[in-house]
Write a protein that binds this ligand. Structure first.
Ligand SMILES: NC(=O)C1=CN([C@@H]2O[C@H](COP(=O)(O)OP(=O)(O)OC[C@H]3O[C@@H](n4cnc5c(N)ncnc54)[C@H](O)[C@@H]3O)[C@@H](O)[C@H]2O)C=CC1
Ligand SMILES: O=C(O)C1=NCCCC1
Length: 307
């Protein structure tokens, strides 16, 4: 058979068909499937190549969802100093797992934003106390916007607060979303029920003393072994959940440098294998699973080919 060229899928194609209504339950199932550890998901810890000459990183993330017969690889660059383009740029190649043919080459930026936020929403659903009233977002970049929308999809908050290190960006985010702008992290997180850290910081931005006991914290930034977003005392005082207990001790500076114990994977909580300690302060340390990209890419492809 002659080779067939894969379909090109743009960011606007993705934005047209991908919704949190589909993605939050899909990521909930995917986190659980990953934690089955029975071969349902085949996924190595990602390869990260430092591009030292340009202060960047090149990440390669392949995954195969056996039960879903879905296979893809995300190629992602992380250039924290970019100013004229996004700090994270990605392409996802989706394959037909039956015969190995490439089906599509997709823009991976919007998928990364949305699937990360949907995974945090799924974790929050299982780890946060019921009826949270205040959500505090630290950071004003792509993930700040996607987490604002994904968490709003799940809950009706009385108030969403935002803090960022650049006040102009805080004001812009507030004007665009209706969130309450905050001048300091302490002001943003005071009495918050849910806190989401989505910064590119390499040193802690969130201190233990500012956090209400019993809150839930999604820690989404700091994907390098020497980067942190949280005060080590906060890490040590909370119950720490991760997406992958294989990747976390290799990749998460918040875990490695604080020496915090990982209680379990959020997927194990969803499966009922581990407890959700909702009465305690809970942390979901997200590093991002390749299988989240695989399942999201297949969802986009299915929607585009059936609509
Ligand atoms: N866990 C996961 O699956 C994923 C995690 N991420 C991580 O989430 C974080 C946010 O990603 P994006 O929103 O796409 O990036 P972005 O570049 O769009 O936004 C980064 C934000 O961090 C802020 N920032 C930079 N340095 C800071 C510092 N020293 N202190 C406080 N704030 C600082 C910037 O002002 C900006 O608001 C990054 O750390 C990124 O690597 C991104 C994608 C997936
Ligand atoms: O899974 C991803 O995609 C990412 N994870 C950590 C930060 C870079 C993007």
């Amino acid at each position: 058979m002659a080779s067939v060229l894969p379909r090109m899928v743009s960011a606007s194609d993705v934005a047209r068909v991908l919704t949190y209504a589909d993605l939050v339950p899909a990521m909930e199932r995917t986190l659980a499937d990953f934690s089955r550890a029975d071969g349902t998901v085949v996924q190595p810890v990602r390869t990260v190549i430092p591009v030292e000459q340009h202060q960047g990183f090149f990440l390669v993330k392949p995954g195969y969802h056996v039960a879903g017969n879905t296979m893809a690889c995300k190629l992602l660059t992380l250039y924290p100093n970019n100013t004229d383009r996004p700090s994270h740029q990605a392409s996802i190649v989706l394959f037909d797992a039956t015969n190995g043919s490439p089906l599509a080459v997709m823009d991976g930026g919007h998928i990364t934003d949305m699937r990360t936020a949907a995974a945090s929403a799924a974790a929050t659903k299982h780890l946060a106390r019921d009826s949270p009233r205040v959500h505090a977002i630290l950071g004003t970049g792509h993930q700040a916007y996607s987490h604002f929308h994904a968490l709003n999809h799940l809950y009706k908050f009385d108030q969403v607060r935002v803090w960022g290190r650049t006040q102009a960006n805080v004001q812009k985010f507030a004007a665009e979303t209706g969130a309450t702008p905050c001048a300091t992290v302490e002001e943003a997180v005071r009495e918050a029920d849910i806190i989401t850290t989505v910064t590119m910081s390499r040193t802690p931005v969130l201190q233990k003393d500012w956090v209400k006991p019993g809150s839930h914290i999604n820690v989404v930034g700091a994907c390098r072994p020497d980067w942190q977003e949280l005060d080590p005392e906060l890490m040590l005082s909370a119950v720490v959940y991760v997406d992958s207990s294989e990747a976390a001790p290799k990749e998460s500076g918040d875990i490695i440098l604080s020496k915090a114990e990982v209680y379990g994977e959020v997927g194990e909580v969803i499966l009922g294998k581990k407890e959700a300690f909702k009465d305690k302060t809970t942390i979901f340390k997200s590093l991002g699973l390749a299988i989240e990209d695989v399942v999201s890419a297949q969802l986009v492809y299915d929607k585009l080919t059936t609509s």
